[in-house]
Design a protein around this ligand. Structure first.
Ligand code: MRU
Length: 349
């Protein structure tokens, strides 16, 4: 991707810059974030979104929240870090990468607890940079493993945006497509528009077109019919949180795609880094599902499309049960068949 989704300028007293994804595809504009409140707001309103990118944003949010803390004493530094992490954790509930990154920042500080505050501050900076760097490397590994599953002539389908914009690197599900293209495979991709916020139409179609991968946009309700009429041969999606048994939460609508894939005998793959697994949850029933404001459904993008006062239910994610998932591509290898034992085996490797 020519334009990095998220980056940090300067040392630990610097600032974060990220693409404001709410403006795409019409306008490519970077937001400059100088405090934790600005980062919280960017995550909440999906200026930065997608599980791995949210993780990197959280780590940078910690650096923003810890600015100006060089003068406090050790306990003061630790207390402030707890406070900043709790605040950032309240921005969105489903993508576990957010909590994973915050935990990682706190764990790094615990390891440095005996050192002077200035050094602890520097260590947090190093940790955030490591999270960014590792995410890039992981995306490339996901692409390499996933491309093994793509066949010449495939007709792929994807839901939401699991591309470069959802990570600090080349993406998860889309990284597979970028890697397959690099290998010279010929294939096309059907892109679900992804109601209500249109991450598929606005972001995935944009990314695939820039990469010169043939992409056809469809409304979400056309996906089962595309499987029947347009020969969809494989499906790749991302994930926001995967339980220990392989149940996977992803953008609302993914479950329906998986059900239709089963009915049409189309292999359905989830592509996700190990940081998206939450092994503390036995099944997907325990995954917290974000519910968003009704206005995103009734007057999305500024035009009212439902009567005022109409009741709305707007879960932002759903959970696809493991039995509907053919395989989960991770940076450590392919989990197939999907179940508790195989998840533990591959992630432990
Ligand atoms: O609400 P969003 O746009 O943050 O939801 C994003 C998704 O559901 C993605 O599919 C998921 O995070 C995978 S990202 C590589």
């Amino acid at each position: 991707m020519r334009h990095p989704t998220i980056l940090w300028r300067g040392d630990q007293s610097g600032h974060c810059e990220l693409i404001d994804q709410t403006l795409l595809p019409g306008e490519l504009r970077y937001l400059e974030l100088h405090d934790q409140e600005a980062m919280w707001d960017a995550i909440k309103r999906l200026a930065v979104r997608g599980a791995p990118a949210i993780g990197v944003a959280a780590a940078f949010g910690v650096l923003l929240g810890m600015k100006g803390q060089a003068e406090v004493d050790g306990p003061g530094f630790g207390a402030r870090l707890e406070q900043v992490c709790a605040y950032l954790a309240s921005s969105r509930p489903t993508a576990v990468n957010l909590f994973w990154a915050l935990e990682r920042m706190k764990a790094r500080d615990r390891r440095e607890a005996d050192r002077p505050v200035a050094e602890r501050h520097r260590a947090l900076f190093d940790e955030a940079q490591a999270i960014l760097r590792e995410d890039k490397e992981t995306c490339d590994q996901l692409g390499r493993h996933g491309a093994e599953l793509v066949r010449d002539g495939d007709v792929l389908l994807t839901h939401c945006n699991a591309g470069a914009l959802a990570t600090a690197g080349s993406g998860t599900a889309l990284s597979v497509m970028f890697a397959a293209k690099e290998r010279g495979l010929r294939f096309e991709v059907f892109v679900d528009e992804t109601r209500p916020l249109l991450q598929g139409a606005r972001l995935t179609a944009w990314e695939l077109m820039q990469a010169e991968i043939p992409a056809t946009l469809i409304c979400d309700n056309m996906a089962p019919w595309a499987m029947k009429q347009r020969g969809i041969s494989r499906i790749f999606v991302g994930a926001d949180r995967i339980a220990a048994n392989g149940d996977a939460a992803n953008k609302i609508g993914t479950y329906g795609v998986a059900v239709a894939a089963k009915a049409h005998d189309v292999p359905f793959y989830v592509v996700a880094p190990s940081s998206t697994f939450d092994l503390s949850l036995a099944t997907g029933a325990e995954i917290p599902i974000e519910e968003r404001e009704p206005e995103e459904v009734t007057e999305g993008f500024g035009r009212r499309t439902a009567p005022a006062g109409c009741a709305v239910w707007s879960p932002a994610f759903d959970v696809t049960p493991a039995e509907l998932i053919t395989g989960i591509v991770t940076e450590k290898g392919l989990i197939q068949p999907v179940g508790q034992a195989q998840v533990a085996r591959i992630l432990g490797s």
